[in-house]
Design a protein around this ligand. Structure first.
Ligand SMILES: [Fe+2]
Length: 288
């Protein structure tokens, strides 16, 4: 086949992927070609515009490192991450709603005993996080693994600091036999996603702000259950209605409770004023 033009090249490329090594690869390749060509016929890019698009993707890849994931930012800011999340976690079974993983998750975060200060003593308003983990039948999930991570009061994550800076404001806990967990840390702030790269330039050209409302990330896993990836958003935060990555859901917005020193929320004595985040999580049974 030859003599391709605007009208016959799509079918030719689709024919070329017809012998893909699996039906799924064929389905994905065929759809990718169809939608890409439709996009190009719709926007009719000049050659300079197409080159700029290639350059954007090139710089997005070059921006990536062990601690900077520009492609996740690209996916998040176009709503693709939340769309994939929605497709895979339609909800409706009583489990806690999900939201994006984001680019700041670190595998193998340090383990802490229940009640520990995962901020490692950083300055900031003190925060006590308490929660429990249950299944959709209301039964506690003892021993569930809870990964927690969040920003500092200036809106930065530990991994955005110097390469040799220690991890903090992140940790892994294990719920007790009744599914309860708690830890101490500091109150996070709203933050702009890293916007000194190509995704930041894209947002600027699109006339968008780069901010996310203040939140704490949770990833909760237990044998026999779907791993829950979500956030709890602080109800006093700005940007709840304009999160740059489209991650906010009403059920995940939660107030902090201001407690004076000398109280014992959840049986955990505190000796200084502290904000309490108390949120209970519900996991879905693992899908077959
Ligand atoms: Fe975050």
């Amino acid at each position: 086949m030859k003599n391709f033009n605007e009208h016959n090249i799509t079918a030719a490329v689709q024919a070329r992927v017809a012998n893909a090594t699996s039906p799924r690869i064929r389905e994905i390749s065929d759809s990718l070609v169809r939608h890409l060509h439709t996009f190009l016929r719709e926007v009719r890019p000049t050659e300079a515009e197409w080159a700029a698009g290639i350059d954007f993707l090139t710089r997005t890849g070059q921006m990536c490192s062990a601690t900077r994931q520009e492609f996740i930012l690209f996916s998040d800011t176009l709503g693709a991450s939340m769309l994939v999340d929605a497709i895979n976690h339609p909800g409706g079974d009583g489990a806690t709603e999900t939201t994006v993983l984001g680019p700041f998750y670190v595998q193998g975060a340090p383990e802490f005993p229940l009640g520990a200060d995962i901020s490692e003593g950083l300055a900031g308003d003190r925060l006590l996080i308490e929660g429990n983990v249950k299944n959709t039948a209301g039964e506690p999930i003892g021993g569930a693994t809870i990964d927690i991570w969040h920003s500092d009061p200036d809106g930065y994550y530990d991994v955005q600091g110097p390469a040799d800076a220690p991890l903090n404001m992140r940790g892994r806990l294990h719920a007790d036999a009744a599914g309860n967990f708690w830890c101490r840390t500091i109150v996070p702030a709203p933050y702009p996603i890293p916007n000194d790269g190509p995704v930041g330039q894209m947002l600027e050209h699109q006339g968008r702000h780069p901010y996310r409302p203040a939140h704490v990330h949770f990833m909760i896993a237990a044998d026999g259950y779907e791993t829950l990836t979500t956030h709890v958003f602080l109800s006093h935060s700005p940007y709840l209605d304009s999160d740059v990555v489209f991650g906010v859901k009403d059920s995940l917005i939660h107030p902090l409770e201001k407690l004076p020193a000398g109280t014992s929320p959840g049986g955990h004595p505190i000796n200084q004023p502290i904000d309490l985040m108390r949120y209970n999580f519900v996991l879905s049974k693992q899908r077959k």
